[in-house]
Design a protein around this ligand. Structure first.
Ligand code: R5P
Length: 298
């Protein structure tokens, strides 16, 4: 039995369809004072899977997820598998400055304390977040689904570009599937919404060693795990255009897309912005339903 929280209804419905499983109806509403109400409609199975991303509004979606898990256990479910395609707060996996709350750890503890028996997510920002759980965890990669999308979209070998070194393994994964070239750019973060980007040789020999030939006349696809303010991607698009890319398309797993990010990326010269449906956005054209179904089948 699949149960979709209000942040992941469409995805939950498609996972249920893939698995030929029942999709349970959940009634949610807000009381006039802002508190949430949740009711699971009908009888529940002994084993259920809850699907709920905890993106914006993070606190409401997280609270609903906790209500769902604890309520299902209370109603008699023996095993609750929890799929959080995008886990909010995962980017605060440590204390960067004295006194900060390690939000990712607190959220992991809450999910577990609510009664989750298993935790499944996609391309978690830092893998160490999964170590905060004492239950089995799975970190699914969306790169296969994104590679399939790129493959269908163009009829020549693309160049896959990571906008920073941290995203290079994603680019390598996609390039491996599509049997094409990949490279990465050099990024320095100057603040939460300010980054500086340079093009470097893939071997990283020096900032002067510009790898122009790998970009010129190529259909470039930028890949990142998250697009938030779009600062990282805007810089990457501009650089690839400057160095002669024929076109630049932008892909990511988690489309947070705040502060007019989509418009700024298009204004920088991107051909398209596409993402998975870990979060609902205009860009959410790559479905994670099959990937989730495959893991749940195991
Ligand atoms: C950083 O390590 C991530 O992979 C993304 O590059 C980052 O979160 C994107 O943030 P923004 O869109 O605000 O530049």
């Amino acid at each position: 039995m699949i149960i979709g929280g209000s942040a992941s209804q469409d995805l939950a419905a498609h996972v249920a369809e893939e698995l030929n499983d029942d999709l349970c109806y959940v009634e949610t509403k807000k009381f006039p004072d802002g508190e949430r109400y949740l009711r699971v409609d009908g009888n529940i199975d002994e084993e259920v899977t809850v699907i709920q991303s905890t993106g914006y509004p993070q606190d409401e979606n997280l609270m609903e997820l906790l209500f769902l898990i604890a309520n299902l256990k209370d109603l008699g479910a023996k095993k609750v598998r929890v799929v959080v395609p995008y886990m909010g707060y995962a980017r605060q996996e440590k204390r960067f400055h004295d006194g900060e709350a390690v939000s990712a750890k607190i959220v992991a503890n809450l999910i577990q304390a609510a009664g989750a028996d298993e935790f499944i997510t996609f391309n978690i920002h830092e893998k160490c977040v999964l170590d905060f759980f004492d239950i089995p965890t799975t970190n699914i990669s969306a790169m296969g689904a994104i590679a399939e999308y790129i493959d269908k979209k163009i009829d020549e070998k693309p160049l896959i570009v990571a906008p920073d070194k941290g995203a290079y393994p994603f680019a390598q994964e996609i390039a491996g599937i599509l049997e094409c070239e990949c490279t990465y750019l050099s990024k320095v973060r100057l603040g939460p919404d300010k980054v500086e980007t340079r093009i470097v040789d893939v071997e990283g020999s020096s900032d002067e060693t510009v790898n122009v030939d790998s970009v010129k006349d190529k259909k470039a696809f930028i890949i990142d795990d998250i697009i938030a303010t779009g600062g990282t991607i805007v810089n990457a698009v501009k650089i690839l255009k400057e160095y002669g890319a024929k076109s630049v398309d932008v892909c990511c797993v988690h489309p947070i897309l705040v502060n007019g990010a989509t418009m700024r990326i298009y204004s920088a010269g991107a051909n398209s912005v596409i993402s998975t449906n870990s979060l609902s956005a205009d860009s959410s054209r790559v479905s994670l339903a099959k990937s989730i179904a495959n893991v749940l089948r195991d």
